[in-house]
Write a protein that binds this ligand. Sequence first.
Ligand code: RB5
Length: 150
Amino acid sequence: MNIAIASDHGGYGLKETLKQHLEEKGISFTDCGTDSEASCDYPDFAEKACRLVQEGAVDRAVLICGTGIGMCISANKMNGIRAALCGETFSAHFTRAHNDANVLCMGARVTGPGLAEMILDEFLATPFEGGRHQRRIDKIADIERREHHA
Ligand code: RB5
């Protein structure tokens, strides 16, 4: 398991907390920035991390901004990215099991560090169930293809 992690200024503190958590768990990660609390634009960092997912350089990505919403909107514009905004572990579990989400988004101004660690753990530990859910994932990909030909 190898993941990309990125944030804007609003998510920087939580990103650093989650990096430490990943280190303690022995999970390797690529930090795609940002590197400080200086104001920056979340789409730039969403794109960097999601590009690594698209290229297969990492298995999954974690994106953090103030609400998690800007990161999630940006990530879901990219082909093959299924990004889910999670504020509790139930959603983190089922977005892996049913949606095969490959990007987890969280809001640092919404979700505290302890819960964020649990959400991340659940997201990384839960496999995709496949079966009928694969048909739905395939239909998401069909929408993506139709949009690009519109
Ligand atoms: C930055 O102030 C804030 O807008 C950003 O972190 C995020 O919440 C956007 O969705």
